[in-house]
Write a protein that binds this ligand. Structure first.
Ligand code: BGC
Length: 375
């Protein structure tokens, strides 16, 4: 029994590692991982595209360039699959100009004011790439680096384990930071994103995924009719540069209130620039809880987002302006929305926000689950 098991496991591993296109059967249901070449980076590194198909036929395509989810196919209420994330067909387009489509952003997702923070009496200066501020990890953040990739699978689904060592001083951050992100397409129709990191010097971090969703299909126009619920009674107001003012304000009686499901477009005109705000989730610990649900009435697709993080950035694709064209579509303003599960923006400079400091000997963990179904 032991030997037989080992042989089966080794054969499976060889198949997966060699990028085979064969599918493997588990529990009588089909799921598989396909690996194909996705081209080269500017510094001539080869990268791959992995297609993770779960037992029900849902598919996630992920490249180890930027740990980017390039495509996510989920069924509508008639069982028809559509790709519900904005993105590109080729690596060259991701390299040329991407508003972080599908990527893992880090070390610090969102903004750090003026790219500066002080930790244990030492002031650190980060790369500034958003006016005077630091955004999504800087000039060459985690969305633009090549990750090591290892396909995995078990009875629950198919996974891609991505690892990256961010060296001491990268983009100005202290400490060698070892990061692992595991994407799993589960047989319960969830895209699970699990993050871990360890450092050898005190540092700050805030990892998240920057997928732009359109549950009607990535090429089907604006998302203003999607009905969204955000499990948050409070949000963090921002200044002109989108840096939090430090206040934590109630959403009640404002157009920020999505505690009950509402179309995204119902009051967006009352919010200057559109939604681009961190919501403070209703929770008191780091357990996995419901953060958001989004329903698309025409197709019946429902996405429920669960996270261990204290916040979520709800971004209504305000800066999409038609200049990004991908996968045969033109992405205009509000054609996708992001739900970035996270710690709050500019936390390194906001003592009243939950801490984002990671010390040697500690482990950063974050789990986010997007569950797909229909109504
Ligand atoms: C931010 C936006 C930013 C966008 C970049 C979002 O996470 O909140 O302000 O413009 O990322 O594509």
């Amino acid at each position: 029994m032991g030997t037989k098991y080992t042989i089966i496991l080794s054969v499976l591993t060889v198949f997966l590692m060699s990028g085979c296109k064969e599918s493997t059967e588990y529990g009588g249901k089909k799921m598989n991982i396909k690996k194909e070449a996705f081209g080269k980076t500017a510094d001539d590194k080869n990268v791959n595209l992995y297609t993770l198909t779960n037992a029900n036929g849902l598919k996630a395509k992920i490249t180890n360039y930027g740990a980017i989810v390039t495509s996510l196919q989920v069924p509508d209420r008639n069982g028809n699959l559509a790709d519900i994330v904005l993105g590109y067909d080729t690596i060259d387009e991701y390299i040329k100009a991407s508003p972080y489509f599908g990527a893992i952003v880090g070390r610090y997702g969102n903004r750090i004011a003026k790219g500066k923070f002080t930790l244990n009496g030492i002031e650190y200066s980060l790369a500034t790439n958003d006016g005077e501020n630091h955004l999504h990890g800087g000039i060459k953040g985690f969305d633009k680096v090549v990750w090591n990739a290892e396909p995995m699978q078990d009875d629950n689904g198919v996974s891609l384990k991505l690892t990256y060592l961010s060296k001491d001083g990268e983009e100005g951050y202290p400490g060698n930071l070892n990061c692992t992100v595991i994407y799993t397409m589960t047989n319960n129709d969830e895209l699970k994103i699990s993050y871990e990191a360890e450092t050898d010097k005190p540092t700050v971090l805030n990892l998240t995924n920057h997928s732009y969703f359109n549950l009607a299909g990535h090429d089907s126009g604006d998302i203003l009719g999607h009905e969204i619920m955000l499990n948050a009674d409070h949000f963090t107001p921002v200044d002109e540069g989108l840096i939090p003012t430090s206040e934590i304000k109630p959403v009640k009686d404002t157009p920020m209130d999505f505690t009950k499901p509402m179309p995204i477009g119902s009051r967006i005109a009352e919010v200057k620039g559109g939604y681009d705000h961190n919501y403070v989730l209703n929770k008191s610990d780091d357990s996995l809880t419901l953060a958001a649900s989004v329903y698309e009435p025409k197709t019946g697709r429902l996405m429920e987002t669960f996270t261990t993080e204290p916040g979520i950035q709800f971004y209504s694709g305000n800066f999409l302006d038609g200049s990004n064209k991908g996968k045969g579509a033109v992405y205009n303003k509000h054609n996708g929305f992001c739900l970035e599960t996270q710690h709050f923006p500019d936390s390194p400079n906001k003592p009243n926000f939950p801490s984002v400091v990671l010390k040697p000997g500690e482990k950063y963990t974050h789990l986010t689950v997007h569950k797909f179904s229909v109504r």
